[in-house]
Design a protein. Sequence first.
Length: 382
Amino acid sequence: MFDSLIEFIRELYGTSGQIPLHEPRFIGREKEILSSTIDSSYVSSAGPSIQEFEEKIAEYTGSRYAIATVNGTSALHAALLALGVKKDTEVITQSLTFVATSNAIRYCGAKPIFLDVDRETLGLSHRSLAKFLKNNCEIRDDGSCWNKVSNKKISACLPMHTFGFPVKINRIKEVCKSYNLKVIEDAAESLGSFYKGTHTGRTGELSCLSFNGNKIITTGGGGMVLTQRKGLARKARELTTTARKADILYFKHTQVAFNYRMPNINAALGIAQMESLETFLLEKKELAARYRQFGEENNMYFFNQPKHSDSNFWLNTIITKNLKERNLLLESTNKAGINTRPLWTPMHLLSMNKDCIKDEMLNTEWLFKRIVNVPSSVIVSR
């Protein structure tokens, strides 16, 4: 049934062997810069490459501050804490996301509230958000948003840009503003994605990026906290560097904090990868266009970027007709040595989240039964 798709993907990547879902590409000065870093002996959590990488990411995204971390999950955890998310509060997020999003909320001692997504963005629905807040929440005398059902303060709203496709972040922020809610963006998958000309992660109070091995650029493992606010940047940096005060001789720490610092050798790899980012983006957009053309010719629907968006097309996505077709597609392609995967199990269906408040999940569950990600690695040799 999917022989034509299998043949098409093999032609794209020019191989009869195993084709991964998304693998890193090293086409620039990675070996040169890494070798130089090793020779310098600065390979751990101190060294000049960390600051340089932070500056490059800040400049590219238009952020005033960037704080490098060991991975995207630690960046998200630090962002939540910096914004003041505390134990026994709640954070609104989407159920259709990678588990790190809800895990980071739990790390703070808070509990996620899971809402539905939009089919046109795959991200948090501003309509579901507005409906939930209207029906369940109020602003109390302390000026904060409170959940009338659980009698808990809602500390933040955390939308995620799924597969690099931007959510309607301006609409989400408008809704949150009317309830005095701050927004943190999970932009882990969306480096190189823009919404109405603004890079993802710029609209919220803070945001996070990921540089895992399967992302559009990689540092092997790594993340980044982004913000426009000096005070939040200071808090995030303090939280990710064991809250150690600058002192030449003595170890002085101001609070319980975390050793979330990105090693210098990882940052060096990131510097080299940034030099290829624009090439990667162009190649991925061309790949996405070729998938869509194939889909139009073969009655398969490949998800396209939402209106007003300029996406990085991190993972190309087929939306099948039903669950049966999804499963057949997954089985056929993986049996043929082509790595495809279904959507993450929605967060509200995971056992550890059974105690969480959730909204109707019509779009989330509809998409879960239909989405398949197909190989999306950059093709650099044509």
